[in-house]
Unconditional design. Sequence first.
Length: 168
Amino acid sequence: MAVTLKYRIIELLSKDSTELYSVSDISKKLGVAYSHAHTSVSTLAKEGAITIKKIGNVSVCRLDLKQPLALSYLSTIESRKAAEWAAKNPHSSKIIEKIEQAKDNIHSVLIKNNKIILIVPERITGVDFSAFRNRSVMNRTHLLRNRHYYKDCIILHGAEKFWSFMGE
């Protein structure tokens, strides 16, 4: 998948969904011309994926995690990251197979520092996740309490659900 400037902007904004970025900030961080960044930001705002707010003389933007299109962009980005991770990791096929078997009981599966993090429904009982080695099992509440730690994980399953939680 060719990574377009729109996807690069969404990825930048997703690093901290509470942060406000001006078009100038975006163009500098991504190393692109201001006019290209401005055009892409305007397109994303028209689509509803980001919101633009005027503060003084500066227009700033942020992701709108309540919009399905923003979640779709993020899901596509996470799919690319997961594919890159799988290509580099020799054990990825076994992990993906285990996710497929347990996906009905899991909201999202993340990986960070070679540790698998399972985000499960609040009141789940009787499910054995021991097939996953080196794992943490948590619910949405724990994820939200520690959202800054988990924001740079690779999402192997349930990217839209993960990002919708992060938007709460």
